[in-house]
Design a protein around this ligand. Structure first.
Ligand code: ADP
Ligand code: ADP
Ligand code: MG
Length: 461
């Protein structure tokens, strides 16, 4: 096994990784920025050290500082978590060059999948259906226009280096194309330092269905079923569940095989996610592969009983997967609600602040992944995710009822969150029937917010 792991991340995922390490008797080194001195991860890790100022570029994205810290503390591996450097192929390479194990696939694999335009080609060559669109990156607006005419509007302009829903624009007709191209490209340059663009036909009313992959260095590639992540705002996930109501056993089998084929074609090792959009007609298309642990990975852990972070550590240590495809059994139903420090009433504007009081839900079938505690000050420099509330129950309806109950128990005082919105989603007839698609939240947001206001008003009265 590994001896000592440096965690190049923060917040709930840093804590999640520390937990897996402790259960395997692996020591941990938490690094933190000056804004994270009072973080829970820094307190519970075997050792912790400050690596720089609050700004991510000076701390969690500072490769030199991370590698120096790992060496100075005698670590033999680095876990990148999600976000930050987790999909940076150069960082993966540099870890290996420094004699450290990188807990994730090789730099080459990340590079292949990291350009979303190139990943499309790779998937296509592996026989995996992709959305009609460009072969490789676009040369400019002129080529985008030709292609859009060919595949038909509406189309999506997407940044090759994009992530978190950024660098993407929907284009409904030729008159909007040039402006959208420039806006998407400018956003991609600002967020990812890379303006490479590609184009896909917009699939109307799709589901976002993704498959969890786990692969080891001995050539085993398995999938652990799907997650339905269609409840999104601005193309970012808010609620995730497994299994998906939209899949038949036959479709699950085909999509799972396609996900495994894409991972195999990339020479994948470690935990990863293959994302698809699924049309109302039941056609599925590869959209991207995330070469890291995903925010919503606990959904899969609940229904399969597999500890994905533990498997990541085992695989990085050179051990084979502890299970085979035949061993994977999906049991019951799991749902996750992402709780963000943000104000749904003001366009989901991030609202960090001091956690004046915190009470977390518990009891049967409830899991909360968070690094919050009463008195903790959420810093304004990073992602607004503060907690993930998860439930597991025998059936989907029982899971929904359990999630309602868990969200009713949750108390976070000190700043606004989206918890009340999540609670209302759990009561929405369309959600309860399971017949929603990625447009659900945009279509229902005003109605749900109005309901929330009415509830507040009644409570105040
Ligand atoms: P997931 O499917 O795991 O939710 P997301 O795309 O929402 O993946 O990203 C997870 C986290 O990583 C979020 O905090 C998001 O802000 C961040 N993130 C995503 N892509 C990038 C990127 N290219 N660079 C930096 N951070 C990113
Ligand atoms: P990111 O890297 O930001 O996660 P994705 O390519 O995964 O970008 O797309 C984000 C979301 O946008 C998806 O979850 C899906 O809801 C939507 N989307 C992406 N591609 C398409 C498409 N071709 N048609 C319809 N919706 C799409
Ligand atoms: Mg995605």
């Amino acid at each position: 096994m590994l001896k000592r792991v440096l965690i190049a991340n923060r917040g709930e995922i840093a804590l999640r990784i520390i937990r897996a390490c402790r259960e395997l008797d692996v020591e941990t080194v938490a690094v933190y920025s000056q804004a994270d001195e009072s973080s829970l991860a820094a307190q519970v890790a075997t050792r912790s050290l400050c690596i720089g100022p609050a700004r991510a570029s000076d701390s969690y994205l500072n490769q030199e500082a991370l590698l120096t810290a790992a060496k100075a503390t005698g670590c033999d591996a680095i876990h990148p978590g999600y976000g930050f450097l987790s999909e940076n192929p150069d960082f993966a390479d540099r870890c290996v060059e420094a004699g450290l194990r990188y807990i994730g696939p090789s730099g080459d694999v990340i590079r292949k999948m990291g350009s979303k335009a190139a990943a499309r080609t790779l998937a296509q060559n592996a026989g995996v259906p992709v959305v009609p669109g460009s072969d490789g990156p676009l040369s400019g607006v002129v080529q985008a226009r030709e292609l859009a005419d060919r595949v038909g509007y509406p189309v999506l302009l997407k940044a090759s280096a994009g992530g978190g829903g950024r660098g993407m624009r929907q284009v409904d007709g030729p008159e909007d194309l040039e402006r959208a191209y420039q806006a998407a490209q400018a956003e991609a340059v600002a967020c990812f330092g890379n303006g490479e663009m590609y184009l896909e036909k917009l699939i109307l009313h799709p589901r976002h269905i993704e498959f969890q992959i786990m692969a080891d260095g001995q050539g085993h590639v398995v999938h652990l079923g799907e997650r339905d992540c269609s409840i999104q705002r601005r193309r970012q996930k808010l609620v995730e569940e497994s299994p998906s109501r939209a899949l038949t056993p036959e479709l699950r089998e085909r999509m799972g095989a396609a996900a495994v084929a894409a991972a195999r074609a990339a020479g994948y090792v470690g935990a990863g996610t293959v994302e698809f959009v699924l049309s109302p007609e039941g056609d599925f298309y590869f959209i991207e592969m995330n070469t890291r642990i995903q925010v919503e990975h606990p959904v899969t852990e609940l229904v399969t009983g597999v500890d994905l972070v533990r498997e990541q550590l085992r695989v990085a240590a050179g051990l084979p997967l502890s299970f085979t495809q035949e061993d994977v059994r999906v049991s019951g139903h799991a749902i996750e609600c992402r709780i963000n420090a943000e104000d749904p009433e003001h366009d989901f504007h991030p609202c960090p602040g001091k956690t004046e009081f915190l009470h977390l839900p518990g009891g049967p079938g409830v899991r909360v992944d968070t690094a919050l505690y009463t008195g903790y000050e959420v810093p304004p420099y990073y992602d607004s995710l503060v907690a993930k509330v998860l439930v597991h129950a025998p059936t989907r309806l029982e899971a929904i009822r359990r999630m309602r109950r868990a969200l009713e128990e949750l108390v976070i005082e000190g700043y606004p969150t989206n918890a009340a919105l999540a609670h209302l989603i759990m009561h929405d007839p369309e959600f309860v029937r399971g017949q929603y698609d990625t447009s659900f939240l945009d279509r229902n947001l005003e109605k749900l917010l109005e309901l929330a206001r009415t509830c507040d008003h009644l409570m105040d009265g």
